[in-house]
Write a protein that binds this ligand. Sequence first.
Ligand code: ADP
Ligand code: MG
Length: 306
Amino acid sequence: IVLDKTGTVTSGVMSVSMVRPVDAAALDADALLRLAAAVEAGSEHPVARAIVVAATSRAIEVPRATDFVSLPGAGARAAIKGTVVTVGRADLFDEVPQALARPTVDGTTVWVGWGGRAHASLTVADTVRRSSQRAVRDLAELGLPAYLLTGDHDQAALTVARDVGIPVGRVIADVRPQDKHAMIADLQKRGKVVAMVGDGVNDAAALAQADLGIAMGTGTDVAADSADIVLLRSELPAVVDAIELSRATLRTIKQNLGWAFGYNIAAIPLAMAGLLNPMIAGAAMAASSVLVVSNSLRLRRWSRQG
Ligand code: ADP
Ligand code: MG
């Protein structure tokens, strides 16, 4: 089972925890946040929302940007008074000054810049959903090892993986949206049946590729459209419930089929041989239906053990 990081394992409600300008004397943190917010106003990515909220809560007046371009899985770009400003991953810039090069461990780092050069880094912190750790453990008990898949850099990915108990070997970071899809296909080629849980636009192709695509209800519409299951309760334990309930349902279907066949294989020859009173045979047929329906109705009382 492959889990997307942002918005799936973590809450996706991010907040800006640090703004690091390369030259604070020339342009301070607020000025950079202002530019970043102007660009991100056009994006619905959790990182973008955090940046816009940070600017508004600091009462920074955000200028209007034009020519907005979304770069899925990487960032966003827009023009502010003739300057094209980029916000996003380090690889969107030709030059990232040494002082800004290292991403911080405690969150997602994005860069703001123009003219090919990054001028500041912003750290956006996200919280791991409290229930994620238990869900990862429960999934393992169901025989489903969890993988963490993210477009974020590996520092951020490893921190989250450690929090929820996913081993380093099953963390796949720095993945572009199109590669998320390829990763799933790759696991399938190795003979695995793959479920994917995600929430973002960048997860849509992967959700469609997976044998079972599960979208978070709080996620984007594209994710929901590409998925087989949409979780109304947007947290990972709901995935565990869905899989357990599905297994219980399949078990019931098999039991019912077993009963119905057994019954008929025994009774039809008797009836053909004239050894069964038609009235009793009719009653037996009805009883068989009642049995199957009652057995199925037990699923209504299904609830998670433990
Ligand atoms: P995830 O796979 O964890 O859901 P995404 O694929 O959506 O993450 O994004 C990968 C990375 O690209 C983010 O961690 C962030 O660094 C960057 N990014 C994506 N969209 C934006 C944006 N609108 N603004 C800034 N950075 C972005
Ligand atoms: Mg996501």
